[in-house]
Write a protein that binds this ligand. Structure first.
Ligand code: 5GP
Ligand code: MN
Length: 321
């Protein structure tokens, strides 16, 4: 699929990504936004996303994102084309209404849980990231250093800096092409992926310190309560990386990390080393993701959430034995 051809007749184009956008979501959305603005300066292109983390300030035109989708979305009018990235339409948040009313809808994603919610779908679950797919759908000759940076950031974030099993020879080949545009990749990785604020490190420390091993050490669990988040004036953005650190614990097969979002509500992040398909586990609770990284929102106490999840995890571990 080439996106230029898919949108060539449109006068207005909307782009949206999932709620609580991560690096891949931000990178993919920004790369596509920059590309469409570049090749079609006469078209109206708008990008809708919840406010991205400050670390992505280095991406050109990130301040052009329309973050206020929660208001009267009707005032935006109906788009000729709306493109959903890194999610199916259900997790577009307020922008879902814009997607629903658009003349034509396109969905580009790499999640196994995505069944294709667009009129045109480009879903490749083998791809490391949606950003990698954006590289596929844009014309290489129109690439420039700013677009390359956005795609690079997206790939770096979803592969844990070319480390997770979703990194393929193709991912590396694309990475090489992107580097040839000449930007400080080392600084980009350091500033957007590894560098943490003091508060982020404190929260990571607490999550590690308070973690527990269950299921004979096969699963590590940790949670951050609302009172702690409030105390540090922290948000979900400050917990990025916590779950992957927990998942590095020797001997474990999977990780459950959650933070409290309401009285009896938790946002859950799941990670696996391969034996457990956490996307399948998350899907039981209306979530989704990938085999080794998935998430969902669950109701109940901390113990309810753990009990409900371990039921499914244990079943899968038994089958894998
Ligand atoms: P994380 O744990 O880093 O928030 O998410 C891991 C993966 O699962 C990401 O690919 C993310 O998009 C997906 N994911 C996380 N939470 C949800 C959810 O509530 N619903 C769906 N469909 N996917 C999720
Ligand atoms: Mn992604």
């Amino acid at each position: 699929m080439k996106i230029a051809a898919e949108v060539k007749d449109a006068k207005t184009i909307g782009i949206g990504g999932h709620i609580r956008p991560d690096g891949d979501c931000v990178g993919a959305c920004m790369a596509l936004y920059l590309y469409l603005k570049k090749i079609y300066p006469e078209k109206q292109v708008e990008l809708f996303l919840e406010p991205p983390s400050e670390v992505f300030r280095c991406i050109k035109d990130i301040d052009q994102i329309c973050t206020d989708v929660t208001g009267d979305t009707n005032s935006k009018g109906d788009f000729d084309v709306f493109i959903a990235l890194d999610t199916s339409k259900e997790r577009l948040g307020a922008a879902e209404a814009l997607f629903d009313r658009a003349g034509k809808t396109i969905n580009i994603d790499h999640h196994v849980s995505n069944t294709g919610s667009g009129m045109v779908n480009y879903i490749d679950t083998k791809a490391s990231s949606t950003s990698e797919l954006i590289f596929d759908v844009i014309e290489e000759e129109e690439m420039d250093v700013e677009i390359a940076k956005a795609i690079y950031i997206g790939i770096v974030h979803d592969t844990g800096v070319f480390r997770y099993s979703n990194t393929s020879p193709k991912t590396m080949a694309i990475g090489a092409k992107l580097l040839s545009f000449g930007f400080d990749h080392s600084e980009l990785i350091e500033k957007t992926f590894y560098e943490k604020t003091y508060v982020q490190n404190l929260l990571l420390g607490r999550a590690l310190l308070e973690s527990i091993l269950i299921m004979d050490g096969k699963c590590i669990v940790s949670a951050i309560g609302k009172r702690t988040l409030d105390f540090y004036q922290a948000s979900s953005k400050d917990l990025e990386g916590v779950v992957s650190q927990l998942n590095q614990t020797e001997g474990t097969e999977c990780t459950i990390f959650m933070y409290q979002t309401g009285v009896q509500e938790y946002k859950v992040s799941l990670r696996s080393k391969g034996k457990v398909d956490v996307a399948q586990v998350a899907q039981y609770f209306d979530g989704g993701g990938h085999v080794r990284a998935a998430g969902c929102t669950m109701n109940g106490t901390f113990y309810d959430v753990v009990n409900n999840l371990t039921l499914h995890i244990e079943k899968q571990l038994k089958l894998a034995e």
